[in-house]
Design a protein around this ligand. Structure first.
Ligand code: SF4
Length: 48
């Protein structure tokens, strides 16, 4: 489990109770040069 990751995306199959992420690791990217957190994306996301 990815440690110390808090995530509110409960439509992801890796999401677990308490806003935890059950993925072994997570991969974060951005489609542009990010300047705010909203411009980053979790590529490990998989829809439930
Ligand atoms: S894989 Fe990404 S979107 Fe899914 S629960 Fe983990 S951090 Fe959240």
């Amino acid at each position: 489990m990815a440690k110390d990751v808090l995530c509110e995306v409960n439509s992801c199959r890796h999401w677990d109770n308490g806003n935890k992420c059950s993925a072994e690791r997570i991969y974060i990217t951005s489609t542009m040069k990010a300047s705010t957190s909203t411009e980053t994306d979790c590529k490990t996301f998989e829809v439930k």
